[in-house]
Design a protein around this ligand. Structure first.
Ligand SMILES: [Zn+2]
Length: 88
């Protein structure tokens, strides 16, 4: 038996409770997202950077015509699904 290092209650196994470990992992991930969010918002606010990103993507797409067609095809399917959902 061992004391769980997370909830400080007795654990039946030699490890911390699985639930506690999962909870800790989710908390750490949430913290990670919280830390990165302002950074991403700053990027979104910076319209010049965003435009450069979009231009780079568009350039990439025009260079690879086959992929471009595939992307357009997927977008059409996606829009079709949205229309179907909206009609429901
Ligand atoms: Zn625990």
């Amino acid at each position: 038996m061992k004391i769980c290092s997370i909830c400080h209650k007795i654990s039946g196994t030699e490890e911390d409770h699985l639930d506690c470990k999962e909870m800790r992992r989710v908390e750490l991930e949430a913290d990670d997202v919280k830390e990165k969010l302002p950074e991403k918002l700053d990027m979104a606010k910076n319209a010049d950077n965003l435009n450069l990103d979009i231009k780079a993507v568009l350039n990439h797409m025009t260079r690879e015509k086959e992929k471009k067609i595939r992307v357009i095809f997927l977008v059409i399917i996606f829009l079709g699904l949205l229309v179907l959902l909206a009609l429901h």
